[in-house]
Design a protein around this ligand. Structure first.
Ligand code: GLA
Length: 416
């Protein structure tokens, strides 16, 4: 259900290119594009990580107007909206052709984008769209190259609230063509392209969340906030399996200092409810995205969402960790065997502690023991287990047994 075969090929080709190009030497900081700081707009766009739903992980290239309306309906009916999910984002494959004036039209799957935006807004939700700085998107549809201002104005005229801007064909067609032997120049060209769209969005005067999708290239977290990026993908595409989820968690471990209100690391959209992941894996995935202060963009089949998946996606205590207004991303405190312990500092002096069993077996013979000193804590810590809802006390050297790929997530109100 995830992708058309033809799309897979296009994406695969691009992914190989991505991997090849990622091995290119990084430009030295001295050569890097200077980071501009924009005057703080008010109110801050994406003051907490954006929450919503995106069409790609479930529908991929098959998404239609009807699916988006259905998703908006379900966001309300299932309580997702009440839990904080606001954006209904159309990913790739909505684009048609440009007319003689360069105005982009939708394809047959999306007969009237303005009417669709109005429909989504009528539900009290917001709507997002997708494009590329290149001539083509990853799925081979029309990109924004040379039409950035025009496209930004078009999105604003439709009432779009969020843009995911995906590097894709810009890599071979512009970056490698213009600077085949100069990685630093390629980086400058890429940053300028994102800057151009960032400015075009600002010029519209409409608050539009700007989501950079460049797979973590060239330390995007260092420069994206300076060009108005509200979130930026830190890695390649997520997949609905544990290995992918766990790899992405690890790849985000050192990036906490780059996140904050208005600008977030994006470990990619949620796969909760997709593929064949166990409930434990779904829980851990969601918990770790909350620890990472990640945008929470569900990507599942909302009309057919199972109750246990809904319970995960709408767990208000876990969402509160993700949406904590301090905006400090969690960090990995330590690892013991295949168990990892993460902490996240929360507003009001509270703290979230996550103990993740990444191992393939239950630790029945060698239970993991918590080392509170490694978390900067001393003595028993009273808190709440956010998956059982029970009060718990974490004590030093406490044995913790978790099923394979399961997690203990605790909120400590007054850590000592
Ligand atoms: C890339 C992105 C995905 C998705 C597809 C659409 O692979 O990383 O998130 O947007 O393109 O073609």
């Amino acid at each position: 259900m995830r992708r058309f075969a033809s799309l897979s090929l296009a994406v695969l080709a691009l992914t190989s290119l991505t991997v090849a190009a990622q091995t290119a030497p990084k430009p030295s900081p001295a050569n890097a594009h200077p980071v501009k700081t924009h005057a703080a707009a008010s109110p801050v766009i994406a003051a907490t990580p954006p929450m919503g739903w995106n069409s790609w992980n479930f529908f991929a290239g098959k998404v239609t107007d009807k699916d988006i309306r259905g998703a908006a309906d379900q966001m309300v009916a299932t309580g997702m909206k009440d839990a904080g999910y606001i954006y209904v984002n159309i990913d790739d494959t909505w684009e048609g052709k440009r007319d003689a004036d360069g105005v982009l039209h939708t394809n047959d799957k999306f007969p009237d984008m303005k009417a669709l935006a109005d429909y989504v807004h009528s539900k009290g939700l917001k709507i997002g769209i997708y494009s590329s700085p290149g001539p083509k998107t990853c799925a081979g549809f029309e990109g924004s190259l040379g039409h950035e201002e025009q496209d930004a104005q078009l999105y604003a005229s439709w009432g779009i609230d969020y843009l995911k801007y995906d590097l894709c064909s810009f890599i071979p067609v512009v970056m490698y063509k213009q600077a085949p032997n100069d990685p630093a120049e390629r980086m400058r060209i890429m940053i300028a392209a994102y800057d151009k769209m960032g400015n075009a969005l600002k010029t519209t005067g409409r608050p539009i969340v700007f989501s950079l999708c460049s797979y973590g290239w060239d330390a995007v977290w260092e420069w994206a906030p300076g060009i108005g990026g509200n979130l930026w993908r830190t890695t390649g595409d997520v997949q609905a399996n544990w290995q992918s989820i766990y790899n992405i968690v690890g790849q985000n471990a050192g990036l906490a200092k780059y996140a904050g209100p208005g600008h977030w690391n994006d470990p990619d959209m949620l796969e909760v409810g997709n593929g064949k992941m166990s409930l434990e894996e779904n829980r851990s995935h969601f918990s770790m995205w909350a620890m990472l202060a990640a945008p929470l963009l569900a990507g599942n089949d909302l009309p057919n969402m199972k109750p246990e998946i809904k319970a995960i996606l709408t767990n208000k205590d876990v969402i509160a960790i993700d949406q904590d207004k301090l905006g400090r991303q969690g960090t990995r405190a330590y690892e013991g065997g295949e168990v990892e312990v993460w902490t996240r500092h929360l507003s009001g002096g509270a703290m979230a502690v996550a103990v993740l069993n990444a191992g393939d077996n239950r630790y029945s013979t060698h239970p993991f023991h918590l080392d509170l000193a490694k978390l900067g804590l001393h003595g028993p810590q009273k808190g709440k287990d956010l998956w059982t809802g029970n009060d718990v006390t974490l004590t030093d050297n406490q044995p913790i047994e978790l099923a394979s790929h399961d997690i203990l997530l605790v909120r400590i109100v007054a850590p000592k």
